[in-house]
Write a protein that binds this ligand. Structure first.
Ligand code: PEP
Length: 253
């Protein structure tokens, strides 16, 4: 089985000074990780992070990407622009973007397509709200969100990363139990396998990594990451503290 992926989502946090301190601490502690490690920083800091991470074992990610190639799209950042800064991953469809920016399943799927076309791996976020979980709709919601990405991206879905992020667990300190997370990951795995089998024989054996995200921290990471279908983590708050993030990386090994 391939290496786990631990990706930090810094969200709208950081400053030139704070980023430098955090990245220097990470660089000193993360020299030859057994898992893959990435940090997804805010757009203005891509150049700084690219420079600091040059030659290191930590890869660079963005928190969003435009579905458009270029032109009159004020405020957006294209895949080609991200590529110029050595961006390897782009988070798409984070629940905060779905919630505050009205991103639909179709829009998220188009963003994933734009990323893939540029050789950037989209980290496609799916997840249910508390109300949806309580209404027994978890499976239906995450399958619908992922289906849109599969539909738009065809056989290229073997190149994506999926992140299951229950909305009720993001930034709340409420983590899905390992069993709750594993149950949803198994549903997503089955959906990906079925799609791969239908789309192209070449993708059948390729396992799309499915990350868990939602208040993962140094204390709960090992139990979550030991589940059969949890291939890594997307970490928000705990990725802003080098010691915590490095403990999560250690738990993935
Ligand atoms: C996230 O925003 O992707 C996330 C998982 O946040 P947190 O770890 O803070 O819940």
């Amino acid at each position: 089985m391939s290496r786990k992926l631990i990706a930090g989502n810094w969200k709208m946090n950081g400053s030139l000074a704070a980023n430098q301190a955090l990245l220097r601490e990470l660089l000193a502690g993360v020299k030859a990780p057994v898992c893959q490690v990435a940090v997804c920083v805010s757009m203005p800091y891509l150049a700084q992070a690219q420079e600091l991470l040059a030659g290191a074992a930590i890869e660079l990610g963005a928190q969003d990407i435009s579905a458009q190639v270029s032109g009159a799209f004020t405020g957006e950042t294209s895949a080609a622009m991200l590529k110029e800064f050595g961006v390897r991953f782009a988070i798409v469809g984070h629940s905060e973007r779905r919630q505050y920016h009205g991103e639909t399943d179709a829009h998220v799927a188009d963003k994933a397509k734009a990323a893939l076309a540029a050789g950037i791996t989209p980290i496609v976020c799916v997840g249910e709200t508390l109300a949806q979980r309580e209404a027994g709709q978890t499976e239906e919601v995450v399958k619908r969100q992922l289906a849109a990405v599969i539909h738009t991206n065809g056989h290229c879905i073997s190149e994506i990363v999926v992140a299951y992020e229950p909305v009720w667990a993001i930034g709340t300190g409420k983590t899905a139990s390992p069993e709750q997370a594993q149950a949803v990951h198994a549903v997503l795995r089955a959906q990906l396998v079925a799609a791969s089998t239908l789309k192209a024989a070449t993708t059948q054996d390729k396992r799309v990594p499915i990350l868990y995200g939602g208040s993962m921290n140094a204390a709960n990471a090992a139990a979550l990451l030991s589940q059969a279908d949890i291939d890594g983590g997307l970490i928000g708050g705990a990725s802003l503290k080098a010691a915590d993030f490095m403990q999560i990386i250690a738990a993935a090994q």
